[in-house]
Design a protein around this ligand. Structure first.
Ligand SMILES: [Mn+2]
Length: 293
């Protein structure tokens, strides 16, 4: 049995908990698509393991110790997609009903469908999605015949119809690994893209983020760690050169934090990592988030 995320307490349920700020939940799940290299399901434990490398204290007044954070530990291993969705959505719903911030550790990106279903059932109205990812994840089927993979997950979420596509924002999308059908769908639906090129102009990026914060008060942030350049985060299944720096990512998280009502971090693949650097960045991202909420 591994330890909980740094500075937090492991619990089996949160029914009797009071004054919660955030609750961590791990989802050791990855889709069965053969084209992807395996390993993402081992991330929750790795991220917790490396969290002990940090003191939890930063230069700001805030630290993880000032928040009431519990760790529900992991869902069972080897669940099928339907079981994973059911298990995760129930947890997310409960955490939201407690008025706390869910912090979900994937797993590959396909787990987001479970998160989204939990949001739909939760009491708090979350009506905007910020998808921080190199990819759009809007394929209808990918690979062919597969409807529930990391490449199709946002398409499935949109079909749930709880969020207006005009309130969906992509941050960091790029590359030549995007399907034409996803690009067309994205434009057609009026979704917003803040692609990597925007990061070349600091004023533009700050303005774009300020607009999101101004208009979207209840945001679900789905962070695919492959948004980072593989030079920073090599431990991912679908690396895409030309991505964000670690500091750019932290700034995005810091600026959005107060409006984030549900947060997940996915696609860390410890089996493809180098010196566990990608797991460590995932830890630090959670500290940055908790620093700014
Ligand atoms: Mn993704």
């Amino acid at each position: 049995m591994s330890k909980p995320f740094y500075g937090t307490f492991p619990v089996k349920e949160i029914d009797s908990a009071i004054d919660l700020d955030a609750v961590i939940i791990g989802v050791p799940y990855e889709d069965n698509a053969k084209i992807y290299r395996k390993g993402a399901s081992t991330a929750p434990m790795k991220i917790r393991e490396f969290s002990s490398f940090f003191s939890g204290q930063s230069f700001s007044d805030q630290s993880i110790h000032q928040h009431n954070v519990l760790d529900l530990m992991d869902l069972a291993e080897n669940l099928n997609n339907e079981e994973m969705q059911k298990g995760l959505s129930e947890k997310v719903q409960k955490i939201l009903q407690k008025g706390a911030l869910p912090i979900i550790l994937g797993g590959d990106h396909s787990i987001a469908l479970g998160t989204a279903k939990g949001i739909m059932k939760g009491d708090i109205e979350i009506d905007s999605i910020v998808w921080i990812d190199a990819h759009l994840d809007l394929m209808n089927e990918y690979p062919e015949g597969e409807k529930y993979t990391r490449a199709t997950v946002l398409k499935r979420i949109i079909e749930l119809d709880f969020v207006d596509p005009k309130k969906i924002y992509f941050i960091g999308s790029r590359g030549h690994n995007l399907g034409l059908e996803e690009i067309e769908f994205c434009k057609e639906q009026g979704m917003n893209t803040i692609n990597v090129k925007t990061f070349q102009n600091r004023e533009k990026i700050l303005e774009a983020l300020a607009q999101i914060v101004k208009h979207q008060k209840n945001i679900y942030v789905s962070l695919d760690i492959d948004v980072l350049d593989p030079a920073f985060a090599p431990g991912v299944s679908v690396p895409e050169p030309g991505g964000l720096t670690t500091r750019e990512l932290f700034e995005v998280i810091n600026l959005l934090a107060k409006n984030i009502k549900c947060f997940e971090i996915v696609e860390v693949n410890p089996k493809l990592d180098i010196n566990d650097i990608t797991s460590k960045i995932a830890c630090k991202t959670i500290f940055e988030l908790l620093d700014s909420i």
